[in-house]
Structures are given as C-alpha cells and as structure tokens.
Design a protein around this ligand. Structure first.
Ligand SMILES: Cc1cc2nc3c(=O)[nH]c(=O)nc-3n(C[C@H](O)[C@H](O)[C@H](O)COP(=O)(O)OP(=O)(O)OC[C@H]3O[C@@H](n4cnc5c(N)ncnc54)[C@H](O)[C@@H]3O)c2cc1C
Length: 378
C-alpha cells in the first residue's frame, strides 16, 4: 500500500521533528509534510535546559530562568553570572502541546503513528517503508530517529536520573555541577545538578559520564540516597522522574542524497556537553527557511572546529577522569562567562574559543592533541 506522496517526510516527531514541523505550520503554503513517529502519547518525559544564545519560538514555555550558576568541587566552589544569557528550563509537555496543536491545525501537515523500518534514498526522492508494510514516497526527507551504537574511546555515555522534588528546605541557588558526589572517578565522572524553580520545588539530577553506559536506575537510587541525606529522611516528595542516556560522541549517520539527518544522533547534540535543544532550534530555523524557499532541507551542522576540540576534550577527560572537576572549575573561574556560554552552546566566536582554551590546563590538553594527531591514537 502506498499513500499520496508528500513533499517532505520527517522521520521522528520528537524535539527535532516537531521543531521543524512547528515552523512550517506557521505558513499556509508550507510543503506537504508527513511526520512518522510510533509514539501514541506525548508525556512530560524530559526537561530541556540550556542557554538561549540564539532566539527560539518557545519563550512562553520557559518554566524558569537563572542568571547565577554554581559549580562545586572538593576544593572550592565558584559561581558564574550572566545577565545576557540566563540559563533556562522548558518542560517537554508544553513544547509538545504547542507544536502538536499547530501541526494538527495545518491542512498540509499530517502525523501518522508508525515505525519507519527502511529508507531508500535516491537523487530523485526517498521511499520509506513503515512497519505496517505501507510505503511513503517523498521528494525529500529529514531523519531524526535515534541511532545508538556502541561507543569507542574517547567518547563517553552521559547517563542521568532526575527527580522533581517538593520539600521545604531546598537550596535557593542553581548548581550546574556539584562534583562533591564524585567518589569513584574510574567508574565514571559523577556530578549533581540542582535547579530550584519554585520556593518548594527543584529538579535534582544525578549525571554520570562514562563508558560502558550505566543503567540510569542505578543513578536514580544514588539520587534518592543523596536526597535522604541532604533534605532529611522522608522530608521530600518526588513529583516527577526522568532518565536518559545520551552519546557524548559524533553523529552516527551522515546526510544522504534526498534525506538529511539531524537530532541528538544526527549532529545536533554537542558531543562534549550533551546539550541539543537550542542547537536543534537553530537547525530548525535554517531548515524551515530553506524548505519555505522551495530548496532542499538542510541537516544539522556540527561545524568544523568544534568536533575536533570536543574530541580533544573528551580524550582528556577519558585519560584523566580524576581531574575533571578541576578542569570544569578552571573553565568557570577563568573563562569570560559569556564566551564560555557561547562555547558550551556551540556558537562561539574565534575569540570565545581562544579564551576558553586558555582557561584549560595546557599539559593534559597538549597530550591529548598529540595523541589525536597521531594515526590510531585517541
Ligand atoms: C530525559 C532527557 C533530558 C534531556 N535534557 C536535555 C537538556 O536539559 N538540554 C538539552 O539541550 N538536551 C537535553 N536532552 C537531549 C536532547 O535535547 C533530547 O534528547 C531531545 O529530545 C533530542 O531531540 P531528537 O528529536 O533528536 O530526539 P527525540 O526527541 O528523542 O525524538 C526522536 C523521535 O524519534 C521517534 N522514533 C524512534 N524510532 C523511530 C522510527 N523507527 N520511526 C519513526 N520515528 C521513530 C521517537 O519516538 C521520538 O519521538 C535530554 C534528553 C533526555 C532523554
């Protein structure tokens, strides 16, 4: 069975797929678009945080913003402040309801519940086979499907477990990285992330960078133990939970002939940080602009320089996990804050990059750079 050919097929209606569809849905003359995703319900399954270095259309959905962020290590604590780029938090349910409503209201955009199981990608178009056996032919495609693969050195998994907590004695300041929980660096680089967004509510997240991946359930137990100690036995209540496993690694696929790739596994996620939401928004602007002009879609663009720097940084972390807390503290303390934020967000100027590099300890970085330059080394 084959349905009428759309101009565009989007594989995956998650953050990237719906971000693109939302922009198209704001135009009456949007290309005829089909979104393919097996999900039957969209729940509040994740919280997106990051810095809005570039504008995005979901400002009204931002739940909270913080100008000050603190980092703790065993040796010291340091706080950065940015008036220009407050750290922001969006809850997925608001994003889903806004984007799905726009998509459903548009006459040329359709969403179907199915798995894409095969893609034939030719110069003149794409043919997608669905798990129902149906095929969809479209002039162009955008593939946002997750595509996990085993990671090799120096890349690491980022595993995390988060709990939205209600309690009376919550911290009042946002803590971006608290490495004081990092008791076994050889098992993984652990830190805690705390975002108080109401007087009696905060998101706590236990995060680990490591390889092989850790079952996030293990981290959830550690987080619960931590909350019992920090807030007091039985003195807190879990309002919501989330877990995730993200590859801190280069994309696992590349653009094809008529199908481009994007999303967390397609080059939109910064390998050294795991941040993807704001990069996806920048990509969606660019891709929608191209499509609305009648041009082919564009894939995520990780850039040329940053992937090399990420490899060197990840290689340094993998070789010196015990020094990770002080690497990050050095960055917080010595890099100009707005430069650091633009760098972490994937949109640094040359000057930003140089000032961030300058804030890192040179000796281990040079070691990693040399190893990276030599064939067969990581
Ligand atoms: C719990 C959690 C918290 C996160 N927090 C942050 C954060 O704070 N800041 C940040 O920048 N990033 C964060 N991320 C990382 C990243 O922003 C998200 O993973 C984001 O959702 C990535 O968007 P995506 O479209 O690539 O993937 P998704 O949003 O996961 O969408 C992929 C879609 O593909 C669909 N799909 C799967 N298989 C198929 C198939 N065969 N055919 C068709 N569709 C298919 C899935 O159902 C899904 O809807 C977080 C991730 C998680 C999991």
């Amino acid at each position: 069975m084959s349905r009428q050919s759309p101009d565009l097929v989007i594989l995956g209606g998650g953050c990237a797929g719906l971000s693109l569809a939302y922009r198209l849905a704001r135009h009456q003359d949007a290309p005829r678009t089909l979104i393919v995703d097996p999900r039957n319900d969209y729940t509040n399954d994740r919280t997106w945080c990051g810095w809005p270095v570039t504008a995005h259309p979901f400002q009204e959905d931002v739940r909270a913003r913080w100008h000050d962020l603190t980092l703790h290590t065993d040796r010291a604590s340091t706080t950065i402040e940015s008036r220009r780029y407050p750290y922001e938090m969006l809850e997925a349910e608001r994003f889903y309801s806004r984007t799905l409503a726009a998509v459903e209201a548009h006459p040329s955009i359709e969403r179907i519940q199915a798995h894409a199981v095969d893609v034939e990608d030719r110069e003149d178009g794409v043919t997608v086979t669905l798990d129902s056996g149906e095929t969809v032919r479209a002039r162009f495609g955008v593939d946002t499907r997750p595509h996990p693969k085993p990671l090799t050195s120096p890349w690491l998994w980022q595993d995390f477990a988060g709990i939205n907590v209600q309690a009376d004695n919550l911290p009042r300041h946002a803590e971006l990285m608290d490495f004081r929980v990092n008791d076994d660096p050889q098992a993984g680089i652990d830190f805690l992330y705390v975002l108080p967004y109401a007087p009696d509510q905060a998101l706590f997240e236990w995060t680990r960078f490591g390889r092989p991946p850790t079952d996030p359930g293990t981290l959830e137990h550690r987080l619960e133990d931590y909350l019992e100690t920090r807030l007091g036995p039985g003195k807190w209540q879990a309002l919501r939970r989330e877990t995730g496993t993200l590859p801190m690694a280069p994309p696992t696929r590349t653009n094809g002939r008529s199908m481009v790739v994007t999303g967390a596994y397609g080059g939109a996620m910064r390998a050294a940080t795991g941040y993807a939401f704001h990069a996806i928004q920048r990509w969606a602007d660019e891709c929608a602009d191209a499509l609305l002009k009648g041009q082919p879609p564009v894939g995520a663009r990780p850039g040329r320089v940053l992937p090399h720097l990420d490899r060197i940084f990840m290689s340094t972390l993998a070789r010196h996990p015990e020094r990770a807390p002080e690497f990050y503290r050095g960055l917080f303390e010595h890099a100009p804050t707005d430069s650091l934020i633009r760098f972490l967000s994937g949109v640094p100027s040359v000057r930003d990059t140089l000032s961030v590099m300058n804030a890192l300890p040179w000796a281990p970085l040079i070691g990693s750079t040399l190893r990276h330059a030599l064939p067969g080394q990581t």
